[in-house]
Design a protein around this ligand. Structure first.
Ligand code: GLA
Ligand code: ZN
Length: 678
């Protein structure tokens, strides 16, 4: 990827100059200040459809041509977007079928964005005509480096699928292909329950609030279909831009977006990119926010095991949360460095200049409405630009290569949160983040991988709330542990197969885990309970499994109260050359810290500095081919942090030597040169 992107870290922004076409002086100022802020790439055209094609079949590329040319003269690269993210009014007026239909059957009205039906042949045809022309005109320009397909596919909200009749018909076809016969479908759906057997493919309809919402398997299949259909739309656009161009393609992903299985969607992309808007300064303790941002970065990098692009972030504050803090001094630099530390090849913003009107006029941007470059935000941005520029040589050829993995799987997410019982508000993302936090606190990088991904090369795999086992998963984990891997999993795992049919007889990994699952309890808050692990008592949450152990399983902790007192709550089982841990009850943070410390030790994992880190401080390692690399040491506390007890390191940027001790400034990152792989 580095060669594709010209070998340097990108510092860029969404640039929407079509808003200012009548003001040439604005463009001149933009160019001048981009150079001053060390901006070396801009993303153009994300929402430009109505300007690129003001009337059906009438194209105007002159303005874009001119701007790309001027950017080239200024040595600024261009990521060129296809504009399907927002549709022009002439299109929706003439062809209402391009607009999405909601789950309740109502067609959307024109406007907003991300409002297109990804099945509609007209939508596909119209966007193709434009994309092919963009490809022809700009696909071979020297400073155009990457195609940015559409924008945040799936939209801003969790469920922005289209439910129109064309999508229903496509869904039925998809179901036919998946199941072949109605008999197989009915078996997979346990169709005789409530007389839900289908006798005709035409009876199939997507889940809906006023229709079928009670069948988890249907919900999961529908979401699988939506991912496939959206991927096919995205591929349609990829093929269109490839007509005259060989440039790589990306599309910008979002933070834990439930609507699309990114593990599948990423397969058709060359580069994974995402938009990251952590909610800094909502509370004084920034660590949980840093944990979530870090998880997102690691997930993006782990998809292709390659550097990813941070396509959008904000240099100050967003405008769409209930309250929108500005980044405190130091935070913009730190959060930008965090992305690089976790494997990003860029820091980019939404957007370059605040618009004067409409929805995002108060969304942070590099340039505000007033004061040109004389702003705190501009100075912060320019500082990041200068640092990225000087870092380029240092990070070149380095990439994170974690030996721990956390399973995060979209299909599991869909199934887990749709199924009924043991409680209705199970939150997969929070649980996964809770299991990731100890790694972040220890300074151990992880890959977030799907259940289909290979686990070879990892020494530890954590699989919290791994409810639905995909085909082949249990065998893969059996092999992994047998060959020496450390596996940590939890209550309510291994419950169902890919159709959400419960496993019968025993847990598919019973032999590996050394436990027998019996029931799961979700009592009210007054029914307190706890477990004692290594002499310390930890309260447990309200998901509590009743398990039994086989002979050689070690019981690490038992319930202390209630009718389950004395029953195992935490176990370890040696299987082959490895160990499988089972957490039967919802753990608190302290227990997870203690357990993962033990498990990481067993797996031979430690942070590259080899010392315990103070709370709020973490490290990430980007290694190079020779086994050396860079250690990013980050302090997410708004106060100095002291680190002691490590060896000797050179600061990769300043050349300063740190011997056994260093003080990190509030909200800061230092980059140390590591001579060896840990
Ligand atoms: C998303 C979109 C951008 C912009 C930002 C605002 O990331 O892709 O166009 O709306 O949100 O935060
Ligand atoms: Zn549709």
């Amino acid at each position: 990827m580095e060669t594709m992107l010209g070998g340097h870290l990108l510092h860029g922004c969404d640039y929407n100059p079509e808003q200012w076409l009548e003001y040439p002086e604005v463009f001149e100022e933009d160019l001048r200040l981009m150079k001053a802020a060390e901006i070396n790439s801009v993303t153009l055209g994300v929402f430009s459809w109505s300007v690129l094609e003001p009337e059906e079949g009438v194209y105007d590329f002159e303005w874009l041509d001119r701007i790309i040319g001027r950017l080239w003269e200024a040595d600024i690269q261009v990521i060129l977007a296809t504009p399907s993210g927002a549709m022009p009014h002439w299109l929706t007026q003439k062809y209402p079928e391009v607009m999405q239909v909601r789950a309740d059957g109502r067609r959307n009205l024109p406007g907003k964005r991300h409002n297109f039906c990804y099945t509609s042949p007209i939508m596909r045809e119209k966007i193709k005509e434009l994309d092919v022309r963009l490809s022809e005109k700009f696909g071979q320009r020297d400073n155009v480096i990457l195609w940015h397909i559409s924008n945040e596919l799936g939209g801003n909200f969790e469920d922005s699928a289209c439910y129109c009749e064309q999508c229903q018909a496509a869904f039925r076809q998809w179901m036919k292909k998946r199941y072949g016969t109605l008999k197989r479908l009915n078996q997979a759906y346990w169709g005789r329950f409530w007389s839900h057997s289908y006798t005709d493919w035409e009876q199939i309809h997507s889940p809906a609030p006023h229709g079928e919402w009670t069948v988890t398997a249907l919900e999961v299949d529908w979401r699988r279909f939506v991912t496939e259909q959206m991927s096919s739309f995205c591929l349609w656009e990829i093929n269109a831009v490839r007509t005259y161009s060989k440039l790589p393609v990306t599309t910008n992903f979002m933070d834990f977006f439930k609507g699309l299985d990114y593990h599948r969607l990423q397969r058709i992309l060359d580069i994974v990119s995402w938009d990251s808007y952590p909610q800094w300064h909502a509370q004084k303790d920034e660590a949980p926010v840093a944990v979530r941002a870090s998880a997102g970065h690691h997930m993006m990098r782990a998809m292709k095991k390659q550097p990813f692009l941070l396509m959008e972030s904000v240099p100050s504050g967003v405008n769409w949360r209930m309250f929108n803090p500005l980044k405190r001094p130091g935070m913009h630099m730190l959060s930008s460095m965090q992305a690089i530390a976790c494997g990003s090849a860029s820091v980019q913003y939404f957007q370059w200049r605040k618009g004067r009107g409409s929805y995002e006029k108060f969304h942070g941007a590099v340039l505000d409405h007033k004061n040109g470059s004389c702003t705190r935000t501009f100075a912060d941005t320019a500082r990041v630009g200068r640092r990225l520029k000087s870092l380029t040589g240092l990070v070149e050829g380095t990439v994170n290569r974690p030996r721990a993995a956390v399973i995060f799987d979209w299909e599991n997410w869909w199934a887990l949160e749709t199924t009924t019982g043991p409680r209705l508000d199970i939150d997969y993302v929070s649980c996964v983040l809770a299991h990731y936090a100890p790694f972040w606190e220890m300074g151990i990088d992880v890959d977030f991988i799907g259940m289909d991904d290979c686990v070879e090369g990892y020494t530890l795999v954590a699989a919290p709330l791994n409810y639905m086992y995909k085909d082949g998963y249990a065998d893969k984990i059996r092999r992994f542990v047998g060959e020496g891997g450390i596996y940590v999993t939890t209550y309510f795992s291994g419950m169902t197969d890919e159709s959400d049919l419960c496993f019968i007889g025993h847990h598919p990994l019973e032999d590996v885990l050394g436990i027998i699952q019996e029931e799961i309890d979700a009592p009210g808050p007054e029914f307190e309970n706890s477990m004692i692990f290594n002499g310390i008592s930890y309260p447990v949450g309200n998901l509590r499994e009743l398990i039994h152990v086989s002979g050689d399983t070690q019981v690490l902790a038992c319930y202390t109260d209630d009718y389950v007192k004395g029953m195992p709550a935490l176990t370890a089982h040696s299987f082959g050359r490895g160990t499988a841990y089972y957490i039967a009850a919802e753990p608190d943070r302290a227990l997870l810290n203690a357990l993962y410390k033990e498990a990481a030790g067993k797996a031979g994992l430690k942070n590259p500095l080899g010392i315990p880190l103070p709370y709020g401080v973490t490290v990430s390692l980007r290694t190079n081919q020779d086994g050396g690399g860079l250690i990013f040491v980050m302090n997410f506390k708004n106060e100095p942090a002291e680190l002691c007890g490590f060896g000797q390191y050179t600061d990769g940027e300043t050349g300063e030597i740190y011997k056994h001790q260093m003080i990190l400034e509030p909200f800061s990152c230092r980059i140390l040169i590591s001579e060896e792989t840990v």
